[in-house]
Design a protein around this ligand. Structure first.
Ligand code: ATP
Ligand code: MG
Length: 444
């Protein structure tokens, strides 16, 4: 039996404190899950999961402040503990019924997730050959994969998520079980699917992860729209079909959820608007269609309104072209339209999209020129909303005699359009004079 006590040296103090308190209360404590996996792979562990024989009531009293037990996932007997060094998950066998650490590991999904290290001596428990699989970079279901997937149909998606994170191969038997189990994913709560899928989206091997979802049939359950682009040819600007282009676009975008979701959905409407015009495929209005479908899909996944709106806005605006020919005013309008916080994501999305065309093109330089231009324009600190004008609603009412009401906002917006075209006009004297002239025009 191997021994890896050094894993505990990496544990943050507050996390070690959790293990220590349980041990001092006389309970067995095992480190399980991603931390063991990452340690063996030589990656610094991101989060810490424990397994213990302490009953949940005792966990509640043992983990007094600064610890805070927030929820018990009763179904899995899991406590989530907030510590000054992040969240810790504790699985209690007591709540899980009978058995010990062996039984606990048997209930886990994949062999590489069914490793445990006892605290504090570091004895490694590996009943299903997880260590060998980790070294062979292979995913295998515990004992009978199909049986495990039937118990919890989220597990195949978790496997795809780990493919995306580590680039591992899935063993043949487990792959076959994934295909058989995929339709059961329909019975899993959409929030669980979404959370796993979002982790999948952020992995460095995201193309492999996504394609495994397609091949196994998982994608047909939670994102059938993407399959519509499979083998749908495009035109001379594109080397790949719509589906493959989309995967590449995700791959080339930075590993942040908002921009990766936008990359995933940026062309989602393309198959539905594809039309042959003069012997070549055209996709007129595909960004509008994609934006509509993106909203639908994100709402179906119960995504927050803010994230949904942001992603839809990025999708809607991804077809910005030939900006070299634009006036500065048009660039300012673009910044105003997508909003300052989304500008960088839009540029990243455009860049990833161009890279994913797979044909050499000047367009990539165009994105960089636009980036530089936006930076220069922002350095000039232009007014990007009516709030940033040198006049306000009170000025409008005083100078023009307009009563309080929507007309005031209307006039402010006119002034704002003026300033968007020419930032030099955001000058209090100039705008007050403009208001006076406007008032005279109205009264005379
Ligand atoms: P991460 O590094 O992303 O946290 P993880 O493997 O630790 O990856 P968690 O969701 O934190 O993922 O789960 C911790 C452990 O709990 C897993 O490694 C696995 O052993 C077990 N587990 C979690 N969810 C399931 C599940 N649905 N079915 C079986 N075992 C699960
Ligand atoms: Mg974990």
């Amino acid at each position: 039996m191997e021994n890896i006590p050094r894993i505990f040296e990496q544990m943050p103090d507050a996390v070690a404190g959790v293990a220590e308190r349980l041990r001092q209360a006389g309970y067995a404590v095992w480190l399980v899950g991603g931390a063991v996996r990452d340690h063996v792979l030589g990656v610094p562990p991101a989060d810490w999961d424990f397994s213990t024989n302490a009953p949940t009531q005792d966990i509640l009293t043992i983990l007094s402040p600064p610890y805070r037990v927030v929820t018990f996932g009763l179904r899995h007997g899991t406590a989530h503990v907030v510590t000054p060094d992040g969240m810790v998950e504790i699985t209690s066998w007591a709540l899980n019924g009978h058995g010990g650490i062996d039984k606990d590991l048997e209930r886990r999904d994949l062999t590489i997730n069914a490793l445990a290290v006892s605290y504090p001596d570091g004895t490694l428990l590996d009943p299903f050959g997880g260590l060998k699989d980790l070294k062979a970079r292979r995913l295998r279901g515990v004992v009978n994969p199909l049986e495990r997937f039937r118990e919890d149909p989220l597990r195949p998606l978790r496997a795809a998520r780990l493919v995306s994170r580590y680039g591992f191969q899935v063993s043949r038997k487990t792959r076959a079980a994934m295909r058989d189990a995929a339709p059961w994913l329909r019975h899993v709560a959409v929030e669980r699917i979404r959370d796993e899928f979002w982790k999948l989206l952020l992995g460095p091997h995201v193309m492999e992860g996504l394609d495994l979802c397609r091949r196994s049939g998982l994608m047909a359950v939670f994102l059938p729209e993407l399959l519509e682009g499979w083998r749908k040819k495009q035109n001379s600007y594109h080397r790949y079909d719509i589906y493959r282009h989309t995967l590449l676009c995700v791959h080339h975008s930075p590993a942040q959820l908002r921009v990766r979701l936008a990359a995933l959905l940026h062309d989602i409407g393309k198959p539905r608007v594809r039309a042959k015009v003069g012997g070549t495929y055209r996709f007129y209005g595909h960004e509008k269609q994609s934006a509509l479908m993106a909203r639908d899909i994100l709402e179906r996944w119960l995504t927050s309104k803010k994230l949904t709106d942001d992603v839809v806005l990025l999708v809607e605006n991804h077809m910005v072209h030939d900006t070299d020919a634009w006036k500065d005013a048009a660039v300012r309008r673009l910044i105003r339209r997508v909003g300052l916080p989304l500008v960088d994501d839009l540029l990243e999305l455009m860049r990833a999209d161009r890279l994913a065309h797979g044909v050499p093109s000047e367009a990539l330089n165009g994105v960089e020129r636009l980036r530089a231009r936006i930076r220069r324009i922002l350095d000039e600190k232009p007014a990007l909303s009516p709030k940033a004008l040198a006049i306000n609603g009170r000025d409008v009412m005083q100078v023009t005699g307009t009563p309080q009401g929507p007309e005031v906002g209307h006039i402010l917006n006119q002034a704002f359009q003026l300033v968007l075209r020419d930032p030099a006009k955001n000058d209090r004297d100039f705008l007050l004079k403009w208001l006076e002239e406007k008032a005279m025009g109205v009264t005379s």
